[in-house]
Ligand binder design. Structure first.
Ligand code: HEM
Ligand SMILES: *[C@@H]1O[C@H](CO)[C@@H](O)[C@H](O)[C@H]1NC(C)=O
Length: 335
């Protein structure tokens, strides 16, 4: 048999084998992880990771909250990790920055612009905006005291945004436990991933308006959420009145607000989770309650699972190969 033919036959056997592996594993991982790799920029932009890290360090020292804000951007981009979150309104693009979960609360876009501009100087049109968000999510976790992991790279940037998909796919603070689980499952993330990833709320802030209902009108009868520690609730009321002061900020983890640790879980166990979507991990399901207890008791285990689940979240339907593009400016598509 001639060599080229032999080659094609072999390739086909390998492809069929891979396909069957994918079908039997029943996760989305198979179609996406394989195309990304930690070494993606080793030759084309060897300094990329160091440049991103130095900007994260600078942003964090200027404003300790910025680490949290930047981490959150990766999550909001990632139900489809394609940089679409970063696009501004223009032409046919309806920016995802207007989605319920982003408007008035997603921040840090200027830091991403600065990183992108430094990377364009170093290696033009090489490093995608989606990959910048993935690297930044790791670096912000590390700089606040959390675990590290190898970031898989090679995502390309979307040429469109979807405000509708953002609104549909990302759970909101008032979502029920079942809805949150379903929305994560839809992206190939299970309960173990969900509980570990929500541990990201160990840093950063929420506005009063995101949790006010728990304080004053939880079920529509001018009542307080009974799964909220009463002293903690009274303290929150000081800065979060029944009306007004919508933008007042509160730590998601009141114990160690700027440190990436497992206090988020310890707080849930004493009914001092800030958001309704946080506390229900402890109160609505035995399985998730057990995971909260596990991570609350064992920080190492939390860190290990968080790192794994971040890699998994980062692999949600990336654009690769010839799809999408490498944007020059993260806020708009190339022309
Ligand atoms: C069920 C899923 C989730 C819901 C409902 C949710 C909801 C929220 C809300 C309401 C805020 C406060 C927004 C405001 O009022 O300003 C917030 C902040 C934040 N979220 Fe989430 N979140 C979820 C999952 C995640 C995940 C998976 C991560 C990261 C791994 C994450 C990271 C953060 C961070 C770091 C902040 C603080 C941002 C800052 O201080 O600027 N969240 N989230
Ligand atoms: C409490 O919630 C109910 C139902 O959503 C609403 O009709 C009522 O106006 C709310 N009360 C206050 C004080 O916000």
């Amino acid at each position: 048999m001639a060599k080229p033919v032999m080659c094609i036959v072999l390739t086909q056997i390998v492809l069929v084998a891979l396909f069957h592996l994918c079908m039997s594993s029943q996760t989305k991982e198979c179609t996406s992880t394989s195309s990304l790799s930690p070494q993606f920029y080793d030759n084309s932009c060897p300094k990329a990771q160091a440049i991103v890290q130095s900007f994260v360090a600078k942003a964090h020292s200027n404003d300790p909250r910025m680490a949290a804000s930047l981490l959150r951007l990766h999550f909001h981009d990632c139900f489809g990790c394609d940089g679409s979150l970063l696009l501004d309104n223009s032409g046919t693009i309806e920016s995802e920055k207007r989605a319920v979960t982003n408007v008035d609360s997603a921040r840090g876009f200027e830091v991403i612009d600065d990183i992108k501009s430094a990377l364009e100087d170093e290696c033009p049109q090489t490093v995608s905006c989606a990959d910048i968000l993935a690297l930044v999510a790791r670096d912000t976790t590390v700089i606040t005291g959390g675990p590290s992991w190898e970031v898989y790279l090679g995502r390309r940037d979307a040429r469109e945004a979807s405000l509708i998909a953002s609104n549909n796919n990302i759970p909101v603070v008032s979502s029920t436990f079942e809805t949150i689980v379903t929305k994560f499952n839809d992206q190939g993330l299970g309960l173990i991933d969900l509980v570990a990833l929500l541990g990201g709320h160990t840093i950063g802030n929420s506005r009063c308006k995101s949790f006010r209902k728990r304080l004053y009108n939880h079920s529509g009868n001018s009542d307080r959420d009974q799964t909220l520690n009463q002293n903690y609730a009274s303290m929150l009321q000081q800065g979060c009145p029944i009306s007004g002061d919508d933008q007042n900020l509160f730590a998601l983890d009141y114990m160690t607000p700027n440190k990436f640790d497992n206090y988020y879980f310890k707080n849930l166990m004493t009914f001092k989770g800030l958001l309704s979507s946080d506390e229900i991990l402890y109160t609505k399901s035995r399985d998730s309650m057990e995971l909260v207890k596990l991570y609350g008791a064992n920080e190492e285990l939390f860190f290990e699972q968080y790192a794994k689940s971040m890699v998994k979240m980062g692999n949600i339907s990336p654009l690769t190969g010839r799809n999408g593009e490498i944007r020059r400016i993260c806020r708009r598509v190339n022309h």
